[in-house]
Design a protein around this ligand. Structure first.
Ligand code: FES
Length: 82
């Protein structure tokens, strides 16, 4: 997945959400199986922080640390991450 850490997203809390996502994946032993790539501004600043899941290409907007942690746990349970 791609996680925007551009200026707008960082000011809106992207770093905290990014760390929460990585931590939840690490706790579930799925870090590395799920790849999280920090990217620069993707021109969606009004919805910051944002991330995009691949291969679905679905955007998640206004990502909170709690939501990101839940996403990490859900992805770790996904059979594609095993
Ligand atoms: S900084 Fe993230 S969309 Fe612009």
């Amino acid at each position: 997945m791609q996680f925007c850490i551009g200026g707008c997203c960082t000011r809106a809390g992207a770093r905290e959400a990014y760390e929460a996502l990585l931590e939840s994946l690490k706790e579930a032993g799925a870090l590395g199986k799920v790849s999280v790539v920090p990217v620069d501004c993707v021109d969606m600043c009004s919805d910051a922080p944002v991330l995009r899941q691949l291969p679905d290409r679905k955007w998640a907007r206004r990502v909170s640390p709690a939501w990101a942690a839940r996403l990490g746990r859900d992805l770790a349970k996904d059979r594609r991450a095993r």
